[in-house]
Design a protein around this ligand. Structure first.
Ligand code: NAD
Length: 347
């Protein structure tokens, strides 16, 4: 393979390392951002997305890397926060040479960045990356795809959120709207169905993902992604992109509880959590509720692949949120501001 890799180390305030990389011979282009390694190596998945510009990709990787620091600290894991984004159309660019070249870039961080799955990066891609670097988790021969674990944590977080927002312990009586039924959204939907939920509406921009749901669960309703946020449902579950909760979408949202797998759900982390709290909508902090996959892959890092132990740790996400919501009620502060005030002291 031609070695035409170019690197540009960027200096960005608040981040330890940010790297832009490009290798035209395999059409590889992307960023790796390390927000913090104070708690431990920065672990965070690789997202593959057709970003419309380099700036969009950079903004995403910075927000995601910071979110991983929050997530590791929120889950009390000795890990830091980092993330990678690959720019382009996954279906057109994926190849063994592409992922081997990417693994070489991961190796430049000498273990201070550990990668894993994220949007459009699956276990087969991770297998290829693992052929050229040891700094990768979520391998099929180890802890596997983190998404079912993330979904399990989201499900327990949803239970805790509904106990406060409605309040009920019986989610089967509630209606749900799920934005995105990919890896995490689909497994989460399965858990809802397993627990007797009958009123579920979904949206996804990928028709194949919708067909998969309709084939398995014919009773699930489908709407377009613009309609989903404003549906009259009890619980809104963002399981696709971040930034969807903002001043523009707030007036259209009817759900009293919002809890899902998507990272960085608020567009403006300073102002939006307060806005939603004032509007009486309980929003589960994404970096707490979606930590299940991180908790499970952490067991791969420490070489303890005990699924029972992982499951017990992931289920604790529900209790972590219950404690947070009790504090929220006592202190009259929104859940994000309150939890971040503790988390940010730890890195
Ligand atoms: P995925 O790519 O498997 O699924 C995302 C789905 O969302 C896809 O089916 C996609 O078509 C759909 N989608 C994208 N834009 C949409 C839109 N505007 N409206 C409706 N659907 C849309 O990804 P995933 O692994 O399920 O991750 C989903 C979210 O959860 C991401 O924000 C990710 O960062 C976060 N997350 C994932 C994990 C994990 O273990 N996979 C862990 C923590 C957080």
């Amino acid at each position: 393979m031609e070695n035409d890799l170019t690197l540009d180390w960027l200096s960005i305030s608040g981040y330890e390392k940010v790297l832009y990389f490009k290798q035209p011979s395999v059409q590889l282009e992307g960023y790796i951002a390390i927000h913090s390694t104070k708690r431990g190596p920065a672990l965070g998945g690789t997202r593959f997305w057709p970003y419309s510009s380099q700036d969009d990709a950079l903004t995403d990787v910075l927000r995601l890397a910071q979110g991983m620091s929050y997530k590791a600290a929120g889950a009390e894991l000795p890990l830091g926060g980092g993330k990678a984004v690959l720019i382009g159309h996954p279906n057109q660019l994926k190849s063994p040479a592409y992922f081997h070249a990417y693994a070489h870039v991961v190796n430049l961080f000498q273990g201070t960045y550990i990668t894993a799955e994220d949007m459009n990066i699956g276990t087969e891609d991770i297998r290829l990356i693992a052929e050229k670097t040891v700094h990768v988790v979520g391998r099929t021969d180890k802890s596997g795809n983190p998404s079912p674990w993330t979904a399990l944590g989201v499900f327990h977080g949803v239970l805790a959120t509904c106990e406060v927002a409605y309040p009920t312990r019986d989610v089967s009586s509630l209606s749900f709207g799920i934005q995105g039924v990919g890896e995490t959204g689909f497994h989460f939907l399965q858990l809802l169905v397993d627990h007797g939920v009958k009123h579920i509406t979904i949206a996804d921009i990928n028709p194949e993902k919708i067909t998969r749901v309709q084939t398995r669960f014919p009773f699930v309703k489908v709407v377009d992604d613009h309609t989903l946020l404003s549906l009259p449902v009890d619980v809104l579950c963002p399981c696709a992109f971040g930034g969807i909760l903002n001043a523009h979408t707030l007036p259209t949202i009817q759900a009293k509880a919002i809890a899902g797998s998507a990272n960085n759900i608020f567009l403006d982390l300073e102002k939006d959590p307060h806005r939603f709290h004032e509007a009486g909508i309980l929003v589960a902090p994404d970096y707490i509720i979606n930590a299940g996959g991180l908790i499970n892959v952490f067991h791969e890092v420490i070489n303890d692949l005990d699924p029972q132990r992982s499951k017990a740790e992931v289920v604790k996400i529900g209790d972590r949120l219950r404690r947070l919501y009790q504090d929220v009620a006592a202190k009259h502060v929104n859940p994000f501001t309150l939890s971040l005030s503790t988390i940010q002291k730890t890195f």
